[in-house]
Design a protein around this ligand. Structure first.
Ligand SMILES: [Mn+2]
Length: 247
């Protein structure tokens, strides 16, 4: 064994990390998925590592959407590469929806039989329980996300009714891409993810107005909840987190 490796192993053992890694079921194989999805409207190549470090390379052709998916990967601590060549000359609808579908499919594939996972995510940071709570702030906005990888698709979308198309002025509607997302595209993305990840996703804006902040808060809360739900709970290693024995 080269001395460098021996040195590294020795110092890890001193910290107790080598022992822990060897005995933690979740530390064995990174959970990964690759999705190739081509239709007449979009061509998508996606790779996901749930046990990643928050690294991403996103190119959807919609810079605001790239920003949202980049911060999703960062705050969910997953590695995500996503390239979409979509018909954005029509509008952004197909690209946003199909990226949601592909990401949902990737989570299903990477989670596999879901043995040992926490299953429910609240957006709550277990390492810092007194400041995390189940909410993510974004300046004046407060958003909440709760997710259950239940194999039962259902999206609950609350708190944005007053920001819906019919409640806004023409000037507000055409403000910028974050407005377009707030008034429709974000919901399309989360509905598509919900359908194909077969999860129960509750997203809510509690308060706040600025379009960029609203959408960013929703994506960040979604990221934190997803991260927690996908983590392994060592107390239930190897077990399906359901009394039905299947998820
Ligand atoms: Mn931002």
């Amino acid at each position: 064994m080269p001395s460098g490796i021996l040195h590294r192993l020795t110092s890890e053992a001193a910290l107790g990390q080598a022992h822990q890694l060897a005995h933690t079921p979740g530390a064995m194989q990174p959970r990964k998925a690759q999705i190739k999805r081509d239709t007449g409207e979009t061509k998508i190549r996606l790779s996901l590592n749930i046990d990643g470090k928050g690294k991403s390379k996103i190119a959807t052709g919609i810079p605001f959407f790239d920003h949202m998916l980049t911060l999703f990967a960062k705050h969910a601590t997953v590695d995500l590469n996503l390239r979409c060549n979509g018909d954005i000359e029509v509008d952004h609808h197909h690209t946003v929806e199909d990226c949601g579908i592909a990401l949902g499919q990737a989570f299903v594939e990477a989670l596999g039989d879901k043995k040992g996972v926490r299953r429910y995510g609240t957006g709550f940071d277990p390492r810092n329980p007194f400041t995390g709570e189940a909410y993510v702030p974004m300046d004046e906005c407060l958003t909440r996300c709760v997710i259950d990888f239940s194999n039962r698709p259902h999206l609950a979308w609350r708190g944005l009714a007053r920001h819906h198309q019919k409640g806004i002025t023409e000037a507000d509607k055409s403000q910028d891409m974050s407005s377009v997302f707030r008034f429709g595209l974000a919901k399309e993305f989360f509905q598509a993810f919900t359908n194909d990840a077969r999860c129960n996703l509750h997203l809510e804006l509690l308060y706040g107005d600025e379009p960029h902040h609203i959408v960013e808060g929703l994506f960040k809360a979604f990221a934190r909840a997803t991260d927690f739900a996908c983590q392994h709970d060592p107390r239930i290693a190897g077990q399906i987190p359901s009394t039905k024995g299947k998820l």
